[in-house]
Design a protein. Structure first.
Lengths: 142, 79
């Protein structure tokens, strides 16, 4: 079972965050190869596993630097907003330990500089998340 | 805010009655003012869209009467 374990200095304070990369989805890669387009490098991000998020989220700059084009629009609701339309993009989430997940991510700005990506319940729907608070560790298995 | 797909969203709205009659629950692929196909799964529609259209904006949307927004409990999103 593909999995990775993250060890943090203070899991309660930082939340379940992980250093990972975001890349173009497989259909995008195939389309780019077909036209001889140079494939972009994956973008390094700090992501947070967010069980309160229906879907996964990427910062707007990520789609731009990967040369991604939107393939959908979805409305989102947050504690401070309702029905905000946002683009969707096909991405590959490259977790540590060569764990790769294909996802349709929502593009939305995230507060602050620390987190550039949210891993939502669309990804967790295929996973087992083990949150071991007393040793500041979590494991995500697919 | 979603200008790149505004034509596709208008096309979806203009053809909604026809789409919902025959394709409720399916995923439609729309490019500009053309409805190109319907598929059983979102990823099938996306793969087909990229194969036929390349890396260009197109709309994959589930044909449904009630659209449920994605919800985010935490305050991390700046929208």
């Amino acid at each position: 079972m593909p999995s990775f374990t993250a060890q943090l200095p203070n899991l309660q304070a930082l939340g379940p965050t992980v250093d990972m990369r975001v890349w173009i989805g497989t259909p995008v890669e195939e389309a780019m190869k077909k036209t001889g387009t140079k494939l972009p490098d994956p973008v390094a991000v700090k992501a947070m596993i967010d069980t309160g998020a229906t879907g996964s989220v990427i910062q707007p700059a990520i789609a731009q630097s990967l040369g991604l084009q939107p393939i959908g629009v979805v409305s989102i609701c947050t504690p401070s907003s309702e029905n905000v339309p946002c683009y969707q993009y096909v991405v590959r989430l490259l977790f540590p330990n060569n764990v790769i997940v294909e996802a349709v991510a929502v593009e939305a700005p995230l507060k602050g500089q620390q987190i550039q990506c949210l891993i939502g319940r669309d990804v967790l729907a295929h996973a087992v998340l083990v949150y071991t608070g007393y040793i500041n560790q979590f494991t995500l298995s697919f | 805010m979603v200008e790149a797909l505004s034509t596709e969203l208008k096309t979806y709205a203009a053809n909604f009655e026809t789409l919902i009659g025959a394709n409720e629950g399916k995923f439609v692929v729309i490019h500009k003012d053309e409805i190109l196909g319907t598929f059983d799964s979102q990823m099938d529609a996306i793969k087909w869209g990229y194969r036929e259209l390349g890396n260009t904006p197109f709309l994959v949307k589930q044909v449904t009467k009630i659209e449920v927004p994605l919800s985010f409990v935490s305050n991390l999103l700046a929208v």
